[in-house]
Design a protein around this ligand. Sequence first.
Ligand code: FE2
Ligand code: FE2
Length: 285
Amino acid sequence: MSQPNKNTPMLMPTRRDIQFALDPKIISEWHYSGGPVFTTFLNIFSTILPVGERFFIDSVRAYRDKIEDPELKKAVTAFIGQEAMHGREHEEYNSAFLAKTPAARTFEWGVTKLLKSATKHAPKSFGLSSTIALEHFTALLADGVLSDPLVTEGADPQYAALWRWHALEETEHKAVAYDVWDVVMGKGAGAYLGRSAGFVTATVIFWGLTIPAFIAALRNEGQITNWDGWRNFFRYTMGDIGLLRRQIGNYLDYFRPDFHPWDHDNREYLEQIDQFLTDQEGLAA
Ligand SMILES: [Fe+2]
Ligand SMILES: [Fe+2]
């Protein structure tokens, strides 16, 4: 058994019980600058976060008794607490979208079924390797959100705050599941192959399900031929704002045999947390 990566700092995540006052009436348009296509893209991603985060919690919890390092044990408890809070707030967020968008309900149903079946039938190491792969995805999206204020500028303040809070905490805990993997799987060829296979599988399944669900949701929303909306969507994801484009290099870093999430050291964004909490108190007042 190996220990968590000693060359990188162990950041201790903090569970924060924050609630957001999201207006369900603006669910299809809340990102006013990004437009309705980009808003639907974020909404469809949000649809599967509660069920996905429950899967992450179960996958990490399945190995909790194998962890001896007290700091990592504490980090796992905080990780579970953070993901549970994210799930709760995204459930609230999703209720309006699920109510009006049949494609979102089908998507949520399909992903729930798939993850339940993976938990039941696949080896538990597969659950953990998919979790660390998907945690890498979310850490990259979080970096994309935090590294350019334009990503959330011009959006409804409460929806923007929810995404920023989620991005800050995903950054804070981005190495926790990975450190659990390192402890239980070690650093040999088997561990490398296991996490690489989990990453390829997660990539194929995630985009293979998300893209058709996104298209179907746009049809439901009557936005499929909104060309201005598409132009904005490409600007935000692959163009000059480039939420996804800017992460392609970081994404592929996962295949380095000595990869660790904190090799991409973006902890400077965590300095925004205090200001975020102050701003959020102001928004809630
Ligand atoms: Fe999360
Ligand atoms: Fe996470």
